[in-house]
Design a protein around this ligand. Structure first.
Ligand SMILES: [Zn+2]
Length: 421
């Protein structure tokens, strides 16, 4: 089987150099962002901790081609994963080893699992935790924010439930009366508990809930807003925003102190009501430029699509990184290769491989989406590096080095992981 079919360079050569493509297929990857699902035994409740905001309750949108039922790429993934045995039988046969087996099929050594909680079968060393922090920045009555559209209504209900879980974990029936108490008794202990539980990073899905423009707000202003809103019904977005902004930067600073990275969803997506402009990574510029946050490493997930050039410009900030998860699932490899090449030409140390493996449906589970995104991500990398080779920008040994950096070494450096091979 050829590596990239029907796709060739201007001189008729394959878009990806076959040797380089073969080499890239062999590199065991670190997947910077994904949502693996726990294996459950018969009679056990299905796992719902794979996302704080599962996207299966949204109103219908116009699905991109790659995610439509019956797409050839999905069928190819199912064949590659299960052969003639079928999915249910394979799951039953593998039992608790099933999630790690899926990683083997994807060529992934370690998957950063963005989950509410980890659990049996989705645990270290193959899976490393990325916890959720959004519930902490919306501690008040969220009814007015939720009223913006039907999808946000569903999302805020889930955030309210998660904040309840976080309050239970610190033994509080409700949020404290003042901001300093809220920070000391809820926010910091939650982050510390997650760090102790093995979290490498905190994830914000804030782009589902508001814009990414988190302004600098001083502690006294935030404390006044907190006291004014605590226990009151449904503040407006304008009243509430300074507190959310302050809490975001507080959490980011705490992550820096605790040695956790901050992951931020930066991509159009999550439904037909999603605020695409609000998710523009340029909205994060003042956060990245905040001298108090230079010790925090920010990873902009999904490569900022469609703002792929804006995000490229942000990579010069020493605390800014990106991954290309979700793009690797939604876009053809040749299209992703274009943005990937631009990033590699500028700051290749800041670019991370990732899939955003996710249980969209029974047909497109985290297994199929992960397998497809891992394959397309590798193909895109091979095409981008081949283009740079052919244009005389890099040598063949440098192409190998860059491939390893994107697929694993950059993540190892960023999170301080141990390099096993
Ligand atoms: Zn995700």
């Amino acid at each position: 089987m050829t590596f990239v079919t029907g796709c060739s360079g201007p001189r008729g050569e394959p878009a990806a150099d076959p040797d380089l493509a073969a080499e890239i297929r062999q590199i065991r990857a670190i997947d910077n962002h994904a949502h693996p699902v726990r294996a459950v035994s018969a009679g056990e409740k299905p796992d719902r901790d794979f996302d704080a905001l599962p996207v299966d309750s949204m109103e219908p949108e116009s699905d991109p081609v790659a995610l439509r039922p019956g797409s050839p790429a999905v069928q190819e993934a199912a064949r590659a994963l299960y052969g003639t045995a079928g999915k249910a039988q394979t799951m039953a046969a593998k039992g608790a080893d099933y999630p790690a087996w899926v990683l083997d099929q994807m060529g992934v050594e370690t998957m950063l699992a963005n989950r509410v909680e980890m659990g049996r079968s989705v645990s270290p060393p193959r899976f490393r935790w990325v916890a959720y922090a959004d519930a902490l920045i919306f501690p008040m009555d969220n009814a007015q924010l939720a009223a913006r559209n039907p999808d946000r209504k569903g999302f805020f209900a889930l955030e309210d439930q998660l904040r309840r879980r976080y309050l239970d974990a610190v033994g509080l029936p409700q949020i404290p009366a003042t901001l300093p108490e809220y920070l000391a008794r809820v926010v910091t202990p939650t982050l510390e508990r997650q760090k102790q539980g093995g979290a490498l990073a905190e994830k914000f899905e804030a782009a589902y809930l508001r814009s990414l423009a988190f302004d600098a707000v001083d502690a006294a202003t935030a404390a006044r807003v907190y006291q004014r809103l605590a226990g009151k019904p449904a503040p407006s977005e304008a009243e509430y925003k300074p507190l959310e902004d302050y809490l975001f930067r507080y959490i980011a600073a705490e992550c820096g102190r605790l040695g956790m990275a901050v992951h931020i969803h930066t991509m159009a997506g999550a439904g037909g009501y999603f605020d695409v402009g609000g998710a523009n990574p340029l909205n994060l510029e003042s956060v990245l430029n905040d001298p108090a946050l230079r010790k925090t490493r920010f990873v902009m997930l999904h490569g900022g699509w469609p703002f792929i050039r804006e995000i490229a410009a942000l990579l010069v900030k020493p605390n800014a990184y990106l991954d290309f998860s979700q793009q690797s699932l939604m876009l053809p490899a040749a299209t992703l290769a274009g943005s990937l090449r631009e990033w590699l030409e500028l700051n290749p140390e800041k670019v991370l491989f990732a899939t955003d493996a996710y249980p969209y449906s029974n047909e497109i589970g985290w297994e199929e989406s992960g397998w497809m995104a891992a394959k397309a991500g590798r193909e895109a990398l091979a095409i981008a590096l081949t283009g740079m080779l052919r244009d005389g920008q890099i040598t063949r040994p440098r192409a190998s080095q860059l491939a390893r950096m994107i697929l694993r070494d950059n993540a190892i450096t960023l999170y301080g992981l141990t390099n096993k091979n």
